[in-house]
Design a protein around this ligand. Structure first.
Ligand code: CO
Ligand code: CO
Length: 300
């Protein structure tokens, strides 16, 4: 517990540590089942981001008394089925009344302390690999503003529901030590956390960074959630744009993600085996930059 990381870790013995985390949020999509599944995948993600394996969870929910009970049960069913897919048992939980719905999980997992992924584990020369594309924030904001194309929303929902389990397995099996998940603080914010904890600078190549189909279009229309501006205000001074990127392209890098992928630091000599294992696991990977000397982030 010396450095802030994705989850709390409590060592039990030489081989085992407990990983504890919780997360919950207001609906990002209209479909109750998808909302439950996305919230569960997102809650489980911080265990995966530590290289751990979740095994037990509790529901936490705040729901309006006026919400039809069918919607409530769809949220819980979405969460339960996602947990089951992860091999996790939901052992109970707690629900209170609130005007705006909130749902998520408390999650407990195990990690081998020798195989843990941390924000401080990136080293100079490592390649930076991302396991989901970006653009979920702008796309779900387009939904809220009623300008989203159904196929763009479906693409975002598909990615947000995807567990980071195979991405985590990929990292652990490849023997990586540096990684985190990309969530509310965006690629730039979580990248800054890795840069700080590892005492390095992250060098990203903008045209290698993957985005879902509608992201660029919604960004050009200025459809950013408030969190993107917060991220830019908080982390912007640490991000050095060396390429001539327009406002939309810059802001997309500050777009908060819900249930985003893992950002992994991979030693160059491990890249070939990582790519081979990723193909076997059917886990997409994108190489988007590298770790260099210095601090903060540069984008070319
Ligand atoms: Co995290
Ligand atoms: Co988190």
């Amino acid at each position: 517990m010396d450095l802030p990381d994705d989850a709390a870790v409590w060592r039990l013995d030489e081989e085992r540590a407990l990983v504890l985390t919780t997360d919950f949020f207001t609906p990002v999509v209209d479909d109750a089942y998808d909302y439950g599944a996305i919230a569960a995948a997102n809650s489980l993600s911080d265990v995966y981001a530590m290289g751990g394996q979740p095994f037990l969870a509790l529901n936490i929910a705040a729901l309006p008394p006026s919400l039809p009970s069918t919607l409530l049960s769809e949220i819980i069913r979405g969460g339960a089925e996602k947990a089951r897919e992860a091999g996790v048992v939901i052992a109970g939980g707690h629900t209170i009344q609130d005007q705006e719905p909130k749902y998520g999980l408390v999650v407990i997992g195990f990690v081998d302390p020798h195989k843990m992924l941390t924000k401080s584990g990136a080293h100079m020369g490592d390649r930076l690999v991302l396991t989901k594309p970006l653009g979920f924030g702008v796309t779900t904001t387009a939904l809220k503003r009623e300008i989203v194309a159904p196929e763009d929303l479906a693409e975002a929902v598909g990615w947000m529901k995807k567990l980071n389990r195979s991405a985590s397995l990929l990292a652990v099996e490849t023997g990586l030590s540096g990684g985190t998940d990309i969530t509310g603080y965006s690629l730039m914010g979580h990248g800054c956390e890795v840069a700080d904890a590892s005492r390095v600078r992250l060098h990203f190549v903008n045209n290698k960074i993957p985005f879902i189909s509608g992201a660029r279009r919604y960004a050009e229309a200025g459809t950013f959630p408030g969190g993107a501006w917060d991220n830019q205000a908080f982390y912007g001074s640490r991000v050095h744009f060396k390429a001539n990127l327009d406002e939309a392209a810059r802001m997309l890098l500050f777009d908060p993600q819900t249930s985003g992928g893992l950002l992994l630091a991979v030693a160059p000599e491990k890249m070939a085996s990582l790519i081979e294992l990723a193909a076997n696991l059917e886990q997409p990977v994108w190489e988007i930059g590298e770790v260099i000397a210095g601090d903060g982030i540069e984008v070319v």
